[in-house]
Design a protein around this ligand. Structure first.
Ligand code: ATP
Ligand code: MG
Length: 447
């Protein structure tokens, strides 16, 4: 892989001004492992004011205190940060001060993991004082320097480490692993938004289930509800795993995407509190989706998740165990309540949930195929499932003499009939139906 032209131009401009400049961090790691880097960061010996002078009106002083200037280029923004040394750390979070330096080595030393502490120049030269390339080749994640100290300085590195293990499939080196476990309580000092950002990058990782299995107590620092699931025997023939193992199998079977992975992690979180044992000694979890919904809602609020994300996840948790009969009417109703996007998600959730059950019960996949076929067919014939699509609008009902909340109620009732296939979605037919349904005085007919 090569440094993209627009990044090369930034390096070149700095070098022409006599300032050393390198690509650093995640982009070097990703490029060396054959992944497409999300963004290219540049480190330079230039002081922030020099960088500002080099790029003029294309430079934005986005983080001057930390030495960061954002340069606008035709390929997108590039962050240019002055080489720096982080001062003493406070509360396992942020350095009290940062000092600029002219040494690339010093700058690489402050970085969290060896694979993130490499630099790459325009001439293709690699600076790798901590053996990051070798660790990457062997698939190992290792702290730069003493791991206890590094996790104590900034506890977010604990979660970043697990994120790199989950996403890049790296094995955590034993010394780093022990320190990671030992220092997990430091996560209590980390802002929920930062935890959330790392967690939702971690969950889509291809090794996310393995990481959750290996480190439940780390996730338990901010989500202790998860620990209730670990080892919880389901006492039910549908399940060959305990609640946590089932959760991890279901999570691994879901698409590598944050909403679905988070839903699978939380879908059965209501089980431990809902457990009952019948006379035959069989376990049941009546009401666990509703209990799970409440718990999941609290957990996602605690991490300050965006409302839309949280609402989608808790809705899927609530719906995950509902049967959707394979009929036009049932699928149509679900479509009406959930909308296409969430109903498609629900089908994926149900598929993943089923793949985490005992092998004899995995034939549910065919039922889900059928539900999906019906959904595709309903959508292909542009059937009506929302008020937006309904051939009659609020204004029509006002013209018929309805007013206030009665308008909304009448529209919903009409949509029910159309969704269920009892009435066609045709304006004249619907209006005629309404006229017949309304009393002579124009009031609603006993509804
Ligand atoms: P990605 O961009 O793929 O999420 P990344 O490794 O680039 O991963 P960033 O948060 O973009 O992560 O950080 C860029 C670089 O800054 C990292 O590669 C690492 O060298 C350094 N870094 C980031 N956060 C920390 C931290 N908490 N402690 C030490 N170094 C860090
Ligand atoms: Mg990055």
């Amino acid at each position: 892989m090569e440094i993209p032209k627009y990044v090369g131009a930034v390096l070149q401009a700095l070098e022409s001004a006599g300032c050393e400049a390198w690509c650093v961090g995640g982009c070097v790691r990703d490029a060396l492992s054959g992944r497409l880097p999300e963004d290219w960061d540049v480190a330079t010996a230039a002081r922030p004011e020099e960088t500002l002078a080099v790029f003029g009106s294309r430079a934005l002083p986005t983080g001057l205190r930390h030495g960061t200037v954002t340069v606008k280029t035709e390929g997108g923004p590039v962050e240019v940060t002055t080489y720096r040394i982080d001062g003493a750390y406070r509360d396992h979070r942020r350095p009290e001060s940062v000092a600029f330096t002219s040494s690339l080595e010093e700058d690489l030393r402050r970085r969290d993991f060896t694979v993130n502490a490499m630099a790459w120049s325009l001439r293709g030269e690699l600076r790798d004082p901590w053996g990051g390339q070798e660790d990457l080749r062997r698939g190992i994640l290792r702290c730069v320097g003493d791991p206890d100290r590094r996790f104590q300085e900034d506890a977010l590195r604990i979660l970043r480490g697990l994120r790199f293990a989950a996403v890049l499939g790296l094995e955590i080196e034993p010394g780093t692993a022990e320190a990671l476990r030992r220092n997990r309580e430091g996560l209590r000092d980390i802002a929920p938004e930062r935890i959330q950002a790392e967690l939702f990058k971690l969950l889509p990782g291809r090794k996310a289930a393995e990481v959750l299995r290996g480190w439940p107590e780390v996730f338990g620092v901010f989500w202790p509800e998860l620990l209730e699931m670990v080892g919880f025997d389901q006492r039910n023939r549908h399940h060959c795993y305990d609640v946590w193992e089932h959760t991890l199998h279901a999570l691994a079977a879901a698409p590598e995407e944050p909403v679905l992975r988070c839903t699978m992690l939380l879908h059965d979180v209501g089980k431990p509190a809902s457990f009952t044992l019948d006379e035959q000694g069989v376990g049941h979890f009546y009401g666990h989706p509703a209990a799970g919904r409440e718990l999941a809602d609290g957990m996602l609020r605690r991490l300050k998740c965006a409302a839309e994300f949280r609402e989608t996840v808790v809705r899927l948790v609530e719906w995950h165990d509902k049967d959707i009969p394979r009929t036009d009417k049932a699928v149509g109703r679900a479509l009406r309540v959930l909308g296409e996007e969430d109903l498609r998600r629900l089908i994926l959730v149900k598929r993943a949930d089923n793949l985490g059950q005992a092998p004899a019960y995995r034939d549910r996949q065919r039922e889900l195929d059928k539900a999906e076929e019906i959904l595709d067919r309903l959508l292909a014939k542009e059937a009506c499932f929302s008020l937006k699509q309904l051939a009659v609008k609020g204004g029509d009902l006002l013209a018929l003499g309805l007013s206030g909340p009665a308008v909304g109620r009448a529209l919903e009732a009409l949509l029910d009939k159309v969704t269920d296939g009892e009435l066609p979605n045709e304006r004249e037919t619907l209006l005629a139906y309404l006229r017949g349904d309304l009393g002579a005085d124009g009031k609603e007919d006993g509804k």
